[in-house]
Design a protein around this ligand. Structure first.
Ligand code: NAD
Length: 476
């Protein structure tokens, strides 16, 4: 790893505290932040470098499991941190930051601030001549709130940076299992020949959270589950599951194939969309109480059925579902294979099929359900048993699967854009999403209430039952 300076705009914010700083510390411990590389926090908060180091020390102790008394690494890391008080909208701090820049090292600028400041930061970086041809900028979500705003933001960034310098983060792409999805699909002979509508009955993608929207209520009430989760995270998972094999594992080869998937998505019929809003339960507030709007029409849950118009997937439904205040926190993709075409074992053996489950959280791993004979003396009854590859187990005790942000920040430093979204990908995703949102807004649809800590509104279960299918359990 070469020498770098990572400037984190918003270096005192929640994302920096919980994700960016802990991730960089772990990479420091792995020897990937060689001296004299620096992290430079830049935010409006008035403090000096010593106070910032104290702030970061507390954050790291809260979010990283450091053995008691082993603070040497932490102190060495803090020594490579600096801070500048800076206003994205004014002139404060920019000259200081300019004076801090060192030659002959990679410069990366992380926009960990509200999206309203992305344009200001891009212009200021340009105005103060802070970037070089190979400098990188990292842009957090949300990237626009519809096609028009995403195009505007792309145009603003393009006015100051080449596309090869822009890293649009979707942290789902940094998850180890998500990358394993590509390894499983394209590194094995076993799956790819079956990976099409002839052998796959349907695919389910679920991202369930137990948290509500408290704390992010202003943003969420304007966004809803569709903009907050489906347009980016679920869509990215769908792309990796459905894309054609790229010729190489290289940024544009992978992103070209993902883009083709998004462009192949059919519009979704209104009766294939289920929107929900959590109600109070177990002493927690309802969605409407959380956002302080008793007439809110924003969805905290969303399920939909979609199709891809291409040869590989014609006729195979993809069911996507995401929600807050669900019964458990669980993200997974289930690939449900078709039943064997003919059972030689007779009706009493029951119907069985293979399922490949890719769990993204909480326990990252991959399971393949295979059908075997139920143990016993007589007859031939069948049962499904999982071939289980929990990554923690497979890689051994003490193995450390890097957090998504660790992987992604280091990819920025290495200059590898494979796991970041390209401008056309983001725009294509909005182009598919916008008409769905406009549709329910123009119909005046109100999300269906669902009890907190359940699986969402009844309509979500019916969406699959109408097709003779069931959602795979969140608890299993
Ligand atoms: P935050 O409100 O906690 O922090 C904002 C940071 O920006 C602070 O450091 C603040 O000092 C700084 N700031 C505000 N105005 C400024 C100005 N004019 N000039 C310079 N600095 C200024 O926000 P956050 O939760 O850390 O989120 C940051 C970004 O990351 C947002 O775009 C958010 O959507 C995105 N994001 C956050 C999370 C998360 O878990 N917090 C997850 C995904 C994406």
């Amino acid at each position: 790893m070469g020498i770098f300076d990572l400037v984190v705009f918003g270096g005192t914010g929640d994302l920096a505290r919980r994700k960016i700083l802990p991730a960089l510390f772990k990479r420091f411990c792995a020897g990937q932040m060689p001296k004299p590389s620096r992290l430079i926090g830049a935010a409006r908060t008035d403090m000096d470098t010593e106070a910032y180091r104290a702030f970061v020390r507390i954050a790291i102790k809260e979010f990283v499991d450091i053995p008691d008394g082993d603070d040497a690494a932490l102190e060495a890391f803090l020594a490579q941190l600096e801070y500048v008080v800076l206003d994205a909208r004014g002139d404060t701090g920019w000259a200081t930051l300019q004076g801090m820049m060192a030659p002959d090292r990679v410069r990366a600028f992380y926009f960990s601030v509200g999206p309203g400041l992305f344009e200001d930061l891009a212009c200021k970086l340009h105005q103060w001549n802070l970037t070089e041809d190979d400098s990188r900028i990292v842009v957090e979500k949300p990237f626009g709130r519809d096609l028009e705003t995403a195009q505007e933001l792309n145009a603003i960034l393009a006015a100051h940076f080449h596309e090869s310098q822009i890293y649009r983060i979707d942290h789902y792409l940094g998850k180890e299992t998500v990358q394993n999805l590509m390894a499983v699909r394209f590194g094995n002979m076993l799956f790819e020949p079956l990976w099409n509508s002839q052998y796959i009955d349907h695919i389910q993608i679920t991202v369930a959270e137990t948290v509500g929207v408290a704390g992010r209520d202003v943003y969420y009430e304007r966004a809803g589950a569709m903009r907050d989760m489906v347009q980016n995270h679920l869509m990215q998972l769908l792309c990796l599951i459905a894309m054609e094999p790229p010729a190489k594992f290289e940024p544009d080869a992978v992103r070209d194939e993902k883009l083709k998937v998004i462009r192949a998505l059919d519009p979704v019929e209104p009766h294939h969309i289920v929107r929900g809003q959590y109600t109070s339960a177990d002493g927690v507030a309802s969605y409407r109480e959380d956002v302080g709007n008793d007439r809110s029409k924003t969805e905290s849950f969303m399920a939909l059925k979609c199709h891809l118009s291409n040869w590989r997937w014609a006729g195979t439904p993809f069911y996507l579902r995401t929600g807050k205040r669900m019964e458990v926190r669980n993200s997974k993709i289930t690939v449900v294979f078709k039943d064997a075409p003919h059972s030689i074992f007779g009706p009493e053996a029951g119907r069985h099929n293979n399922e490949l489950t890719i769990v993204l959280q909480p326990n990252e791993g991959i399971t393949l359900d295979v059908t075997i004979k139920e143990p016993g003396q007589g007859g031939m009854r069948l049962m499904d048993v999982p071939l289980d590859m929990s990554f923690a187990e497979a890689l051994g005790e003490g193995s450390h699967a890097p957090d998504a942000y660790e992987r992604l920040i280091m990819d920025v430093i290495r200059g590898n854009q494979t796991l970041f979204m390209r401008n056309d990908e983001v725009e294509a995703a909005w182009a598919w999403t916008d008409p769905l949102i406009r549709g329910w807004e123009s119909r005046g649809d109100v999300p269906k209430p669902y009890d907190s800590f359940t699986t969402g509104p009844d309509g979500a279960a019916q969406l699959l039952r109408r097709d003779g299918r069931e959602w795979r359990g969140l608890l299993s």
